[in-house]
Design a protein around this ligand. Structure first.
Ligand SMILES: Nc1ncnc2c1ncn2[C@@H]1O[C@H](COP(=O)(O)OP(=O)(O)OP(=O)(O)O)[C@@H](O)[C@H]1O
Ligand SMILES: [Mg+2]
Length: 361
């Protein structure tokens, strides 16, 4: 029995979210045949148990029908990551499959909190993840990751490059690693933009599935620099439910639209406070994020409550999604990471000509 025969069967089975077959998507990660026992590892966009259980059933049926000599099929799933297809995909970050700006119009709505927890959650899902602190004037990443060390310098060709710090499975880079803690950055705009560009070109990122950017608030220089330096896969916009934040989030959405960056989805942060009796208190109003999603026809990736655990995780340098056992509110970030993987895969597949798509992890 040949591997080709096995691949042929898999090319007749579609990945449930993307509706393209596993072979075409490059989602066949491992085929191992031991006598009459077949073990498969497949990439998948949504590891929801209901979806995987049904798929396993279907795969077993297909193999039983097509190659009856195989007695037993064991299927394992890993996160399937597709690559952004873009002819303008720059040489700046050649090993990076997808780049995502975590942005908002307004300050203090939780961009950094969301970026940090999403990055760790994506890494926990098995993806290779990097995070750039694009908030040059007010970097939060060193504190939120609890990192004080300075990055090492490495010679690559005739250039000195910085090696990102690795923590909780994420490669991170921040101007905060390079300055003294008490020093304020007092650069002019072009210098900040140039620092951000260097974080892309002069850091040894290697191969990454997702590179996230924790953006500063507003719609200024840094946002423009980023969208002009690389063709971003998309933006995740963070907002609180209240009108003052939504008004700025809308501006953020429109700015990204103007520079051809699609908004992948919206995260509503500080959505509610969970009282001890289980009831929800909508401190900043209700459903603002949902309404914005309806207005712009984008996906609401999730609603995050306001609570002490999340705030403390940020201040203590231990994002709440780290560790084996995660608190209940961390599940929401993990869910958002799952939604993000799915949405990006859908975007990438829809953007490519599906007849000749070949996406390798
Ligand atoms: N869901 C939440 N529950 C409790 N505290 C939160 C939550 N989200 C964010 N915070 C806290 O609110 C503060 C601001 O959050 P954060 O720094 O993530 O916002 P930001 O949008 O990145 O701000 P900036 O615009 O200054 O970059 C932080 O102290 C953070 O710990
Ligand atoms: Mg921030």
């Amino acid at each position: 029995m040949t591997e080709e025969k096995i691949r042929n069967v898999l090319s007749g089975i579609n990945e449930p979210v993307l509706n393209l077959d596993f072979v075409k998507l490059g989602f066949v990660k491992e085929i191992s045949l031991n006598g009459k026992n077949l073990k498969l590892t497949l990439g998948i966009s949504d590891r929801n148990e209901e979806i995987t259980a049904e798929l396993i059933k279907k795969i077993k049926e297909e193999f039983h029908r097509s190659i009856p000599e195989i007695n037993n099929v064991e299927v394992n799933f890993v996160t399937g990551v597709t690559e952004q297809i873009n002819e303008k995909k720059s040489s700046v970050l050649p090993g990076v499959k997808n780049t995502i700006a975590v942005a908002s119009g307004k300050g203090g709505v939780g961009k950094s909190t969301v970026a940090v927890n999403l990055a760790v959650a994506l890494a926990k899902a098995g993806a290779r993840v990097g995070l750039i602190d694009a908030d040059i004037y007010g970097p939060s990443i060193p504190l939120m990751f609890g990192v004080k060390e300075k990055p090492k310098v490495m010679q690559v060709g005739d250039k000195n490059k910085l090696v990102p710090i690795e923590k909780f499975g994420v490669k991170i880079m921040s101007i905060g690693f390079l300055m003294e803690e008490s020093t304020a950055v007092v650069w002019r705009g072009p210098m900040a933009s140039s620092a951000l560009k260097q974080f892309m070109s002069d850091v040894v990122w290697g191969e990454l599935d997702y590179l996230l950017f924790d953006m500063p608030p507003g719609t200024g220089d840094i946002q423009l620099t980023l969208s002009q330096t690389i063709p971003l896969t998309g933006a995740v916009i963070v907002t609180t439910p209240q009108e003052i934040s939504l008004a700025d989030a809308r501006k953020g959405y429109i700015m990204f639209q103007k520079v051809n960056v699609p908004t992948i989805g919206i995260v509503e942060n500080m959505s509610y406070y969970l009282n001890q009796d289980g009831s929800r208190e909508y401190i900043f109003g209700k459903d603002g994020g949902k309404k914005m999603c309806e207005e712009f026809k984008v996906k609401l990736l999730g609603e995050i409550p306001i609570n002490t655990t999340i705030r403390k995780g940020g201040d203590d340098g231990r994002p709440i999604v780290t560790g084996e056992v995660v608190p209940e509110e961390a599940e929401i970030f993990i869910h958002i990471a799952g939604e993000l993987i799915k949405e990006i895969n859908l975007m990438n597949v829809n953007a490519s000509d599906s007849s000749d798509i070949v996406i390798e992890i």
